[in-house]
Design a protein around this ligand. Structure first.
Ligand code: SAH
Length: 436
């Protein structure tokens, strides 16, 4: 069968039509004429497998990394960066217009990434046994198909250097990949690198890491800590198990960002693209009005945003559910001599409900996970008297859904998208809302 790709789908696949039924065809780009076969037939869509590209998009290139491309995680690796930017802008516009009737004039052009490869400051890769050796790689989305990744084009160079050494040490020390039956073995490798320091975490079964292994890993130059998290859950959404135990080195790592000294522990979330995070935070800071009695930041992580907006408020309160991140955040406020900020460990909606009943919140900053704001959070905001909202979103679909509700009480003033993840279809953006 033949079709012409009309637009890009949320997972980075091309979308063409057979009669009026959409066909999702991975590994194709807009304007391409393709020959394909149908591999899945659903009531209102088809999935196709490309067999031949009859007419190529002029911006098509060979994938910059064949192994990573083959996992399906980086579908934009087959087009020039400028083309990726166009796709991201179009997807954001389409979602916001279709589901929230947002005026597209409010959406700025995407703030591009300076580095389109080797930008990630953290790697999280599963282990597997391949040809008798322990290796790291990636699984294809929703599948058991594992691809060994020899060298990544997405991780910063330093991470790759450390990954190679850690994997080689684990092989020397005779570890193997996780075995569900005996609940033992290596599950995932997590390395975070900031300011040329590296924090390592091994997610494992019920293994005891040998002293010799700890010593060898800690002797890798610039490694500041090694932690272990035991996770024997069959299917867990989170990579980490219930606990993270630091086996050697510091409990947290310190780094500088936009002139602030920040600490981050293994379990805490921090933005994965450091230079784009700086730009993201600058947008958030600009969106927050000049004078506030109280700013609340929900989903505050290690508190970077709260620190950067604290000069615009008498008081700032951050809310975050991960305890280690809250500890980091309070230390960060203290170390930067900012005495008007406090961070609380709680569910975002629960605590916001309490705060909005007892205090007047001028500005609320939210930076929720991909699922967006949950019903409780939305209900609480809609009932509150919060004047301004700065919404940092990493998912246009849930953002649009949330905005379609928030719109009833808030005017959307400005939307600035920013590219945190080149080579992927992910779009991050910051939205300014003002109470009607
Ligand atoms: N703004 C921060 C972190 C954003 S990521 C930064 O820029 O670094 C989202 C954060 O929300 C994570 O730290 C996660 O642990 C936290 N989180 C997720 N669900 C939550 C909930 N229901 N209540 C409170 N925090 C939550």
């Amino acid at each position: 069968m033949k079709t012409i790709i009309k637009k890009m789908g949320i997972n980075g696949e091309g979308i063409g039509y057979i009669d009026r039924t959409p066909v999702f065809i991975p590994q194709t780009l807009i304007d391409e004429e393709v020959e394909f076969k149908v591999v899945k037939k659903e009531a209102n869509y088809r999935v196709g497998k490309v067999e031949k590209i009859l007419k190529k998009n002029p911006n098509r290139i060979n994938p910059i990394n064949k192994q990573e491309y083959s996992t399906g995680g980086f579908p934009y690796m087959i087009c020039e960066y400028e083309e990726q930017v166009k796709y991201k802008e179009a997807y954001l516009k389409e979602s916001l217009i279709k589901y929230a009737q947002i005026n597209p004039k409010l959406i700025s052009p995407l703030i591009k990434a300076d580095k389109t490869t080797k930008y990630r400051n953290q790697l999280k890769l599963p282990f597997a046994n391949v040809e008798g050796k322990l290796v790291t790689g990636m699984y294809q989305a929703n599948s058991n198909y594992f691809t060994k990744i020899d060298i990544s084009s997405i991780h910063e160079d330093g991470l790759e250097r450390i990954r190679k050494k850690v994997v080689s040490i684990l092989n020397e020390e005779n570890y193997s990949a996780y075995n569900f039956k005996i609940k033992k073995g290596m599950r995932s490798l997590i390395i975070r690198g900031l300011d040329n320091q590296y924090q390592i975490c091994l997610v494992t079964g019920e293994d005891e890491i040998k002293f010799s292994t700890i010593e060898k890993i800690m002797n890798i130059p610039n490694v500041v800590s090694l932690a272990q998290s035991i996770n024997t859950e069959k299917k867990s959404v989170d990579l980490f198990g219930k606990k993270v135990q630091v086996l050697a080195g510091d409990k947290y790592m310190k780094f500088l960002l936009n002139g602030y000294e920040l600490s981050v522990s293994v379990r805490s979330f921090f933005q994965l693209n450091t230079s784009q995070a700086e730009k993201l935070y600058q947008v958030v800071e600009r969106f927050v009005p000049a004078k506030n009695d109280l700013i609340v930041e929900s989903y505050s992580g290690i508190g970077a945003i709260s620190l950067m907006v604290s000069h615009k408020a008498k008081e700032v309160i951050g809310i975050e559910e991960i305890k280690d991140a809250v500890t980091n955040a309070n230390l960060n406020a203290h170390n930067n001599h900012l005495h008007n900020i406090s961070f609380l460990c709680a569910d975002a909606a629960d605590k916001l409900l309490y705060l909005s009943k007892t205090k007047n919140i001028d500005t609320l900053i939210v930076d929720p996970p991909r699922s967006g704001l949950d019903v409780n959070m939305l209900a609480c905001i809609m009932k509150s008297k919060i004047k301004n909202i700065v919404y940092v979103s990493c998912n246009p679909a849930t953002l649009a859904k949330n905005l379609s509700i928030l719109k009833n009480r808030y005017d959307v003033k400005e939307i600035i998208p920013i590219d945190m993840f080149p080579q992927t279809p992910h779009v991050e953006c910051v939205v300014l809302l003002e109470r009607k």
